[in-house]
Design a protein around this ligand. Structure first.
Ligand code: GLU
Length: 444
């Protein structure tokens, strides 16, 4: 059996680290197994879904390197859902209900006041045809509920181990609203069957749904896929991330300069027993992925870890990869420059500051004019890759300064900053003329 998974986002918002983690784990699992990844846009809610969000989702997935083998829109498949609904009606598993939201609410309050669980009482199952006709004549439209078996539904969850849901403790789920809108529950099952989905991988907030959906799979005669429900993300403080997810959108992270591989390495490895290190590629991440490595406790999403992985990704980036991006800033920033500065990058855009060191202008910081003057006097005539050892030895000789007292003033004069790339690599790239001007205190 070849593996086929789906990522089924609703295009009602941007992708954020929470739903991208679901996409990613689906993708990693499928690719690790040589299987297929389906992108299914869950856009049955036509009023809330937008083409902009749909395009944003595709852009974000592509940017992260998560390509898909098949792509579908649920909004183009309503005939399939109608057909399935008719079959369920014919079996007596889908029944018409006429209660208004207020009536349901009142019943729930009565149940709660009597200490009963607020489960739908199935009053509509006893409606006669005449009563239904009377409601219709009043102008009421039915909503449709799936009649649960009311049993223990069990499955072996790839992420949670043995899992059980007692559908007797649940209300019969509404599958079709009174305005005819198909809620997510039924289309998802119909598509999982018709698209031959073998594994449904999603967040742990769907566990209860799974109980009802397994009954729908069985009622429709489809094979029941395997399920994996992943622990949810929490922030560094251990609090659920769900409320803050809006501010953790992938598009925003792209604007902030995060590397896709840092994001995928982070989201693919938190909550697993793998070390939190950057992967060579998202394919390599797929090769090492396994549900058996996933713990049952929530996965900690910590921006500090992401920042560390981002820096790691840049420090390991080959010139060939960096070249086209460097050229966007400056056509002549070559391999030597890249190799000199990459160990100091946190974000790729830091190259702009680093480029200013070699291209200017830098406002030199001179704390001791006599020191700068002495350093200028012994500056070698030829500036080549030996500049730094030769020159610093000469400055040491001339001034008596050594260690930090020797190197820090030179760094401050040549770069205007107390931190930065390896001076031995960078100083020759600055060129003699600029070095001279900076030693004289000129901005150059
Ligand atoms: N559209 C659903 C969601 O985003 C899909 C859930 C599922 O994977 O079945 O929650």
């Amino acid at each position: 059996m070849s593996v086929k998974v789906r990522f089924a986002p609703s295009p009602t918002g941007k992708l954020h680290v929470g739903n991208v983690r679901t996409a990613l784990v689906n993708w990693l699992f499928a690719k690790g197994q040589g299987g297929q990844f389906v992108l299914r846009i869950d856009d049955t809610d036509l009023a809330r879904s937008t083409v902009e969000f749909e395009q944003g989702i595709e852009l974000d997935l592509r940017w992260l390197g998560l390509d898909w083998d098949e792509r579908h829109n649920q909004s183009k498949r309503f005939d399939r859902y109608e057909a399935a609904a008719e079959r369920l009606k014919a079996m007596g598993r889908l029944y018409a209900c006429y209660e208004t939201a207020e009536e349901l609410d009142r019943r729930r309050k009565v149940q709660l006041s009597r200490g009963l669980p607020p489960i739908y009482d199935r009053a509509a199952l006893n409606l006669t045809d005449a009563e239904k006709a009377a409601y219709e004549a009043e102008g009421r439209r039915p909503h449709w509920r799936f009649r649960l078996d009311g049993k223990r539904v069990a499955w072996e969850d790839l992420a949670r181990g043995h899992a059980e849901v007692d559908t007797a403790s649940m209300s019969d789920p509404v599958l079709i609203r009174e305005d005819g809108l198909f809620l997510y529950t039924l289309p998802s099952v119909v598509d999982d069957i018709e698209m031959d989905i073998t594994h449904v991988i999603r967040g742990e907030d769907h566990v209860t749904n799974t109980g009802a959906q397994i009954e729908i799979f069985e009622a429709l005669g489809g094979p029941v896929p395997a399920f994996a429900h992943m622990p949810l993300l929490v922030g560094a403080d251990g609090q659920a991330l769900s409320k803050r997810l809006g501010s953790l959108s992938i598009s925003e992270m792209r604007d902030q300069g995060y590397e896709p591989i840092a994001i995928t390495s982070h989201l693919g490895r938190i909550g697993t027993s793998d070390p939190l290190e950057v992967a060579e590629s998202v394919q390599a991440l797929g090769q090492s992925f396994a549900f058996s490595k996933m713990g049952r406790s929530p996965a900690r999403y910590d921006t500090a870890d992401l920042d560390r992985l981002n820096a790691q990704a840049l420090h390991a980036m080959d010139y060939a990869v960096a070249k086209p991006r460097l050229e966007k800033y400056d056509a002549d920033l070559g391999e030597a420059f890249w190799n000199a500065v990459r160990p100091n990058l946190q974000k790729f855009a830091d190259v702009v500051d680093m480029a200013r060191i070699v291209r200017g202008p830098v406002a030199p910081v001179i704390e001791d004019a006599a020191f700068a003057e002495a350093a200028l006097k012994v500056l070698p005539e030829t500036v080549d890759e030996n500049l730094w050892p030769t020159w610093t030895a000469a400055v040491k000789e001339a001034t008596g300064a050594k260690g930090k007292a020797l190197f820090m003033p030179l760094r401050l004069i040549l770069t205007g900053q107390s931190h930065g790339p390896d001076m031995a690599a960078v100083a020759p790239m600055i060129g003699r003329e600029r070095i001279v001007r900076r030693l004289r205190g000129e901005s150059a």
